[in-house]
Ligand binder design. Sequence first.
Ligand code: URA
Length: 444
Amino acid sequence: MRPQNIIAKKRDGKNLNGEEINAFVSGVTDGKWADYQTSALLMAMFVGGLNADEQNALTEAMLNSGEILDFSDIEQPKADKHSTGGVGDKTSLIIAPLVAACGVAVPMISGRGLGHTGGTLDKLESIAGYNVNLSTAEFKEIVKKCGFALAGQTADIAPADKKLYALRDATATVESIPLIVASIMSKKLAENLDALVLDVKTGSGAFMREFDDAKNLAAALCRTGNAFGVKTEAVISDMNQPLGKFVGNALEVFECVKILRNETDAQMLRTLELSIELAARMLVLCGIAETIEDSKSKIQKVLESGAALEKFRQNIECQNGDAKICDAPEILLDKNSVEVVVKAAKSGFVNAIDTLAIGAGVSKIGGGRIKVEDAIDYAVGYQCEKNIGDEVIAGETLGVIFCRNNAQAELIGEKMRDAYKLGDEKPAEKFELIMSAVGQKHSE
Ligand code: URA
């Protein structure tokens, strides 16, 4: 099947059949399709869209381009959570131990941060010694031993996605719902799950800024997951402000350990609330709890008893990290970092926060990557002190920059301050954390 013919068919607005989509994906995987041909078809798909059959065929072909994990020797139900990415989004590190402590296996394949969004693997690597580069056998062994493992995508999982994603990034074809769905779901379906909960973010720090786009993406992800036999549901959550107290790798792990130690403070509450919501849905989908309410009370128990913290400790030990952070989370904080306060220039109410600017500021001083190959400074970040709706007085603290020197604080200080849009009135919009849910129906 000649690539030119497949490209021309899609270019001319026709639907591709499964055979043509398989030919495309195997051509990408084995290198028979040139990058310019792949890019041309991606653009035709981006412009023309894909119908449900095409989208499912693309997902299946990408899934089958690599290995599908075999967990047949693990008795517990298997579930995962995937987030579309945000600023201060650290819930994976809380959800995995909570859900594992309730008897569900969590094989969590995660990603690295790029641009203004953080990545779970980078956060974990701020724990001294923690190894996220696991072979498939090691990954499975750790899931078996402690209930969850957190690792990067190996070369064997959905290799077609790796190539396609790099080309999409370089050809402005990332923001297409069917292409995003096939990319995310080919990796998640390779985990051979019983259940999947998606956290689709919307707002000023999200990939999908508009609620309707987030809802459409959530619905498409759920349709695909359920079509492949994985009980899938999605929560649409607010990313109009950073999630929780800290943004930045080691600082975010610190927040998670504090939460697992039941030392949650007011600014960390939204992190805990979202983690419990997503974890509760995972338990219900796995049949461990009948209702969300029942599920939340199970989760509360493993949190309060310290069982979830013990799961996290066990996992850190299995992945060669320094588990002492569970007893003394302050170890995560670099004593040499400089803390610089960001102050409000005037009085008023926080009407909006440019969350992307906060994430980009942290990236700029080394907390994230602008290019894939950039190194990370785990210690730098930002502490959020004010949320949307809060009243501030001129000169009051909006947040604190954790950096290496004053020059870094000067570089981003003004942008961090200007990220807070202050008005004379309290904003009418409340920005609920959990905006909507898509997928299965439960009694709440
Ligand atoms: N995350 C992915 O894994 N793939 C996409 O296409 C977009 C976000």
